[in-house]
Design a protein around this ligand. Structure first.
Ligand SMILES: [Zn+2]
Length: 489
């Protein structure tokens, strides 16, 4: 007899400081697919869905995939969007199933509830019954609540940042669901939490203490009755009571030994909270470094950490671009600047024409800088379709909406309508910009860019432009986080 498994993917990382609500349109802009289309377009790439299908295929599961939906990180999810996305799943859960598999982010906040995933799981439990196994994949930027752990037996996060192991995580999690459905194991997920906004390096795993933590986690997973250990760096731009890093141990039984694995790793996150790996330059320091850059070993990559749309920043901060222009930097590219108005205006001009217009700084000029009035030449216009080629996005589609490239004094500026952080070379290459041949690459991303850009970079530096995802947390006016909390107190 085939095991029947209900599956759904609903991803959102909510930046509660972002003033723009996340609506159903926001999901349509990223992806909002029915089950069949999701499997056809995302089912054999680096996605959790692909990993789930791999394992489901191995065991000949009968899978009903209800929905795949993700919006770019942004403001709180509206009740309307939440109900629209979850209703088909909750209704389907009333059927006869052997197990349920969800692909969630873990940091969703709605306009009526701080714990979006906890709310999804509560409704699902109410619909599907108390005993059915529920397995969940998470992004390690999840703010995992006790409620989530009470409602799902299995919770497994990616082990990498940049996130390159989505498919592998789907497989790990689905294998545990298989063993649970067969009655071979009876897992619970234990949680340890520390009062911090996030892990010292936002959970990055390419160097620093997270490497040791994951090595320890993998070693502990070899113990009898320990099935998966997740080390979550958390998402700090969420002004909610239960923000912060967590360690999850999916295991057999709520025992002291299992809980102590979680506590030991969580203690390490706390104890090493001052071990920052990045040096955060000001925009003028970054521009001076660019001015002194001799090249010859590959481009200097400058990441604007604070204006990362991948964390819900507006992506229209201008401070770094202004500093580069002031410093006379040439042979450079900059992107992506999120400015639908400017993109539309440029799309109305012929390629090759000279244009003067204001760009950026529209949403929160007091944070990342005011609009810049620039004169430049239009180099590319059109629809911003991208098919990725790098470790994170290979074969996956992203759409920037209406897009233009404006060259100003030797800097090619990518201007787009739909927010995405830059984490794949194709996000420049698709629009006639060859980042590998530039002297300077300035981009809006915190860490994910490293997956594709580190191999070609001569050097990488990181700056804090003061935009919404600034490291200066004291400027953000947190009201709901549980005090005291590091580093605010
Ligand atoms: Zn993440």
């Amino acid at each position: 007899m085939r095991l029947k498994v209900l599956t759904a993917e609903i991803l959102h990382e909510t930046n509660t400081f972002n003033i723009h609500p996340t609506t159903i349109k926001s999901f349509e802009d990223r992806y909002l697919l029915d089950g069949e289309l999701a499997i056809a377009t995302r089912g054999d790439l680096n996605t959790e869905l692909a990993g789930l299908l791999d394992v489901g295929g191995d065991y000949n599961w009968q899978i009903d995939h209800v929905i795949s939906a993700a919006a770019g990180p942004g403001g709180t999810v509206t009740r309307d969007a939440f109900e629209t996305l979850t209703a088909p799943l909750i209704a389907a859960a009333q059927g006869q199933w052997d197990g349920i598999f969800l692909m969630l982010h873990g940091a969703m906040v709605t306009d009526f509830c701080e714990d979006g995933e906890g709310e999804i799981l509560a409704r699902l439990r109410a619909s599907a019954g108390a005993n059915i196994p529920i397995a969940v994949t998470l992004d390690p930027h999840a703010n995992v609540t006790p409620k989530m752990c009470d409602l799902a037996q299995i919770l497994v996060s990616y082990t990498t940042y940049p996130h390159v192991d989505l498919r592998a995580t789907g497989r790990r999690c689905a294998e545990l669901l298989q063993r649970t459905m067969m009655g071979e194991i009876n897992p619970v997920t234990l949680r340890a939490h520390r009062p911090m906004l996030e892990e010292a390096n936002a959970g990055r795993t390419d160097l620093g203490p997270m490497i040791e933590r994951h090595a320890m986690a993998r070693a502990c997973e070899a113990r009898k009755g320990v099935y998966a250990i997740s080390v979550n760096g958390a998402f700090p731009c969420a002004d909610i009571a239960e923000v912060g890093p967590t360690v999850l141990v999916t295991c057999e039984g709520n025992t002291d030994a299992n809980q102590s694995i979680a506590e030991t790793l969580a203690d390490d996150i706390w104890d090493r909270r001052f071990e920052e790996l990045n040096t955060y330059l000001s925009c003028s320091e970054a521009a001076n470094t660019a001015k002194a850059w001799k090249g010859g070993v590959g481009p200097l990559v400058i990441a604007d950490y604070a204006d990362n749309p991948g964390s819900g920043a507006y992506g229209d901060a201008t401070n770094l671009l202004a500093a580069l222009l002031d410093a006379g930097i040439k042979d450079a590219c900059f992107g992506a600047l999120i400015d639908p108005k400017a993109a539309a205006l440029l799309n109305a001009q012929p390629v090759g024409s000279e244009v003067t217009l204001d760009i950026g700084g529209a949403t929160a000029p007091q944070l990342g800088g005011p609009p810049l009035r620039l004169t430049g030449r239009v180099k590319w216009t059109g629809e911003g379709h991208v098919v990725g080629s790098g470790p994170m996005m290979d074969g996956l589609k992203r759409d920037f909406g209406q897009t233009a490239v404006l060259e100003v004094a030797g800097i090619e500026i990518l201007i787009v309508s739909i927010a995405h952080q830059v984490l794949d070379l194709k996000q420049f290459e698709s629009f006639g910009i060859n980042p590998a041949e530039k002297s300077i690459i300035a981009l809006k991303s915190m860490q994910h860019f490293r997956a594709a850009f580190a191999p070609l970079a001569g050097r990488i530096i990181v700056c804090d432009s003061g935009a919404l995802c600034t490291l200066d947390y004291g400027s953000l006016n947190y009201k709901n986080v549980t005090r005291p909390i590091f580093p605010l107190d």
